[in-house]
Design a protein around this ligand. Structure first.
Ligand SMILES: [Zn+2]
Length: 115
């Protein structure tokens, strides 16, 4: 059974660090991984060190750590899948995307970024 776990703090605390929009995206991500029988691992919401324009401090970005070799080997494809799933409800197909997903070295960086 897939589970959601967090490196830094407990579940409720991590959700409280997210804006409502980011928390909504987080629920879709947990579902995406659960359907693929994979754990969801949040490694960072507001904590950590980020660039000056980072959306982490406001709670509009979450990092999801890679889980196992499959995640590492398929980081781009899984990132595409996450992006698609997060922006599925986006009005007028072809509107600017609301969530960005960036595969990094150890994690997917996901941010809520309405244009
Ligand atoms: Zn990040």
């Amino acid at each position: 059974m897939p589970r959601t776990w967090f490196k830094e703090s407990c579940c409720a605390q991590v959700l409280m660090e997210m804006t409502p929009e980011m928390a909504e995206g987080h629920r879709l991500i947990v579902r995406y991984f659960a359907l693929r029988n994979t754990d969801t691992r949040v490694t960072c919401v507001r904590g950590g060190t980020h660039g000056p324009n980072s959306k982490h401090p406001q709670g509009n970005a979450v990092d999801y750590g890679f889980q196992g070799q499959n995640a590492i080997a398929n980081r781009e494809a899984i990132g595409d899948g996450l992006r698609e799933c997060l922006n599925e409800g986006c009005p007028n197909n072809g509107c600017s995307k609301v969530f960005d997903v960036v595969p990094e070295i150890t994690h997917w960086h996901v941010e809520y970024d309405p244009k």
